[in-house]
Design a protein around this ligand. Structure first.
Ligand SMILES: [Zn+2]
Length: 615
């Protein structure tokens, strides 16, 4: 069975359920809309019999009898589990939480899609109560309609929580000049929250408050509020990080000694909190503020060794503001990793600490940190990544490094079980650092690791072996072994097959096809880049011709890819986003090729069939 997540218990009966019937639900408008195409009319359900439970019923007769809730769903932590019973006289879904009814309806529809019919029972519940998905809008601004679709996808994958990082795509009020020209309107925010509420997905807005404020500090009006008064320089003679020393920019942190900076940051935070009245939590970010205590005022105020004092002061100030608004603050953990017990004791215990560690090899560190923060009295949650900075390896600039990503999810699933954590958040980072960095792999390349996280959160003993075949069946409706394994030519061949046969998620299949090809282009382009010098040297014409032919092959692939990449991005994002993505992938290569073509004389004609060669 391809269902993701896999149900805990299932029994099949040899019969057919009615296609239409009398219907009833108390699980809200989404469940009502799902039932309505099958409805012959309303069904009366005895409130006493429902006994505080939530249900969706389709019955062949005008009166229905609700089944008992199985004992397996009565314990703590099983609130949004569901019982699905499909018999010849009707279908009933029962849960202690309306979200469970939504999951039951998803499961029933998935079983129908897979088998054509379903008659039997399913008893299903999650091993983790906090099943979160994160996305940021540092690069890329999905249209509201797309975000609503993403919410439906998350619900189908049984995610309970959406950590939403707007960056400058939010309609700020007092500092409206901070908002990007393309940003969500208050009406967009209302629609997004309405959809999330229908699906019982809790939105946690993320508003950065000290570091990762590039979108603010890059603007001339706010540049004076930065902490770094001098551009951060690499320690002599050079640093070995491929992306630069520390944060490699001077516009990351605000100065914690300037009330003008706090006035702005608190106004942005207040706007975000006010726009999310139903959200119980607010994520304050506070990660990777590496350059704190760089300015003379901060050093004078907090002392030459006062980085931790500064950070504690900041966290407590922001936490107090969030708590005063009746919400619970969350922060990333990385800045707290070197804190002593005495220092941790000075932080408000109501702050939730979210540990982000993105590799399987981080297991021991994650365990140590989880124990330490919990011993200090904090609630702790985890965070894995579906894509993040894998370094400059060219093949992972356009596709996530799936083996690492699934290993990372495995690690968090294991740790949640061992340490009794409520769950983890699957982060999806759009670029490396703030609005100023080039885009990571395109958003829709992440569904494979994201659905593995969904599976692992729901079923802690889920394994990654064979998951790509299950993913292909469940997500695309195509049976395909080893979809993401093997060499790039093999993977490309398989994804082409999936594109042709996909019963659903055809757009996402096409994204994978184009981005797999783009990865191949990246490697080829880099390889030929190493030979370009020959065109400006005194080598034989035969040698130059080899280089020119390789350039022609890469150039042909580039011209084939450019419009495809643009079309994919423009489908759900703005034209400006598409322009940025295309330029980030092709512009420098093109310029280099032009430069060397000019120095090396006339380029060679393309091969007669005009097709790029193999990769
Ligand atoms: Zn300062």
């Amino acid at each position: 069975m391809a269902l993701i997540p896999r149900p805990k218990q299932m029994e099949l009966f040899p019969a057919e359920t009615p296609a239409r019937g009398y219907t009833a639900t108390n699980a809200g408008p989404w469940a009502e809309r799902r039932l309505s195409p099958r409805s012959l009319g309303p069904l009366a359900v005895n409130a006493r019999q429902a006994d505080g439970l939530f249900y969706a019923v389709l019955s062949a007769s005008a009166s229905a009898h609700l089944p008992e809730l199985p004992a397996a769903l009565c314990g703590a932590g099983r609130e949004d589990g569901y019982f699905l019973e499909a018999r010849a006289d009707g279908v009933c879904i029962l849960s202690r939480h309306p979200r469970g009814v939504v999951y039951g309806l998803h499961a029933y529809e998935e079983l129908l899609a897979e088998n054509g019919s379903f008659c039997g029972t399913v008893i299903d519940f999650s091993d983790a109560s906090f099943r979160a998905f994160h996305m940021d809008m540092r690069y890329g601004f999905p249209r509201t309609e797309r975000l609503l679709e993403i919410l439906e996808e998350l619900s189908a994958a049984r995610f309970s929580t959406f950590l939403l990082e707007y960056e400058n795509r939010f309609p700020f009020t007092r500092h409206a000049d901070v908002s990007d020209p393309a940003h969500y309107s208050p009406e967009d925010l209302r629609r997004i929250q309405e959809k999330a509420a229908e699906l019982y997905i809790e939105i946690i807005p993320l508003q950065q408050t000290i570091g990762h404020l590039e979108y603010l500090l890059k603007l001339p009006a706010y540049y004076p509020l930065r902490e770094m008064r001098e551009f951060p320089s690499t320690p002599a003679p050079y640093g070995f990080s491929p992306t630069g020393w520390k944060h490699f920019n001077d516009i990351d942190e605000i100065c914690a000694s300037r009330e003008e900076a706090y006035a702005v940051v608190e106004s942005l935070l207040d706007d975000v909190m006010a726009a999310h009245p139903a959200s119980r939590y607010v994520h304050l970010g506070c990660d990777e503020a590496w350059n704190l205590l760089s300015c003379p005022e901060c050093r004078a105020r907090f002392g030459e060794d006062g980085r931790h004092r500064l950070y504690i002061s900041h966290i407590n100030r922001m936490a107090a503001r969030v708590l005063a608004a009746g919400k619970i603050p969350i922060v990333w953990d990385d800045m707290l990793r070197g804190f002593s017990d005495e220092e941790l004791a000075q932080i408000d215990r109501r702050v939730v600490i979210m540990i982000w560690l993105y590799y399987e090899s981080n297991y021991a560190l994650a365990k140590r940190l989880a124990r330490r923060f919990r011993a200090a009295g904090f609630t702790v949650l985890g965070a894995a990544a579906a894509k993040c900075g894998e370094g400059p390896e060219p093949q992972y600039l356009d596709m996530p490094w799936y083996e690492l990503r699934l290993g990372n999810v495995d690690m968090w699933g294991r740790l949640c079980g061992e340490e009794g954590l409520d769950g983890f958040c699957m982060t999806v980072w759009s670029n490396y650092s703030g609005t100023i960095a080039p885009p990571h792999p395109f958003f829709d390349t992440v569904w494979y690791p994201v659905l593995f996280a969904a599976e692992k959160l729901w079923n802690r003993d889920a394994v990654r072996e064979g998951f790509d075949s299950r993913f292909s069946s469940a997500f695309f409706g195509v049976e395909q072994e080893d979809l993401f394994h093997g060499g790039s030519a093999q993977r490309y061949e398989r994804i082409v097959r999936v594109c042709r046969g996909a019963a659903r998620h055809r757009y996402e299949a096409e994204v994978l096809r184009v981005m797999e090809l783009l990865s191949a282009y990246r490697l080829k382009s880099q390889a030929v880049g190493r030979e370009l010098y020959k065109l400006s040297m005194d080598v034989t014409e035969a040698e130059k011709r080899i280089v020119r032919n390789r350039m022609a092959e890469v150039a042909a692939l580039r011209e084939e890819l450019k419009p495809q990449v643009r079309r994919i991005v423009e489908t759900h994002y703005t034209k400006a986003d598409a322009e940025v993505f295309v330029r980030s992938r092709f512009e420098a290569d093109e310029a280099l090729f032009r430069l060397y073509a000019a120095s090396g004389g006339r380029g060679e004609e393309m091969p007669a069939d005009g097709r790029p060669g193999g990769f």
